[in-house]
Write a new protein. Sequence first.
Length: 346
Amino acid sequence: MTEKLNLHETQVGVVGLGLMGSSIVAALLVAGHQVKAVAPLPADAADAIFRINNQLQKCREAGLISYPHEYYAGRLTLSEDYRTLQNCTVVIECVIENIDIKASVYRQITAVVKPETIIATNTSAIPISVLQKLVEHPERFLGIHWAEPATMTRFLEVTCGNLTAEKHAESILRLAHQWNKEPTFLKKDIRGFITNRLMYAVYREIFHLLDNGTAQKEDVDKAFRYDAGSWMTLMGIFRRMDYMGLKDFAPIMENLFPQLSNSTEVPEVMQEMVRNSARGVYNGIGLYPYAEGEAKQWEDAFADFNRNIHHLAAAYSADKVKEQVAYGPAGTDRKTAKPRIQKEKK
């Protein structure tokens, strides 16, 4: 892939149709692909159509698609037969984080696809350099890490393993823009990639605050929602530091870094969650208490929020903010005094 692909004529495969795999299938259908979806487990296939249709309906409500449901259904092939992947340009593996299971999946994928077919994993935990050793022609293997819901989030993380040919990563980066994503690119394979490393550093510190009695869960969540949560989608971390003027960060780091947790242990609270088979909103056992039916309420709230933030993120991208340099304060046209940043067209 050296140029933009005609998405409508390009087949992409997805293997593994759990929650994340179904979401990826829906995102690829929305982008315009013919999607070949393989369910290694019959249980996945039974629920996959419902999950995919649910994602497509949410896209329709968000104004992201205009074709009727039958159009997307006609471009989706769902099967338990790996041979359905034989003409795919890219195949994305999305099964559980078990190396033996992934190895079995890769053997079945490589047995049917072309040598030049790019094979990718959605893993967020296992190094790409480890997994690509399980694949014939490992230079065409890389990580494509999506975020749930794949249809709404602009996030996509492309990661090279030690053996990945950069040309394949560049092809996926170009393709990601056609998927309406803002991809990040890791040339070096690091455990946890970018997002997990950032989030687990936060998790370690918030449990440290709980364990030593400094703050309660509710207060930690409020601090995150109403401070960092109010600017992160717009700026990101480094641009926020620039926006704040930089001068105070070095002395604060000098004084605060030694006070932060550097524990390597799983927090006792999380060990208790494991012992109690906690699944949060899905079984009512979690860090917070949940009444019956709350899982659906949170699902609906998250879907509504994602619709709004999807359009906000598009309207206030870095490129669009920079476009306002020629205009007046706060992004206003000097002649008309009207805001120049507009909502993304549906």
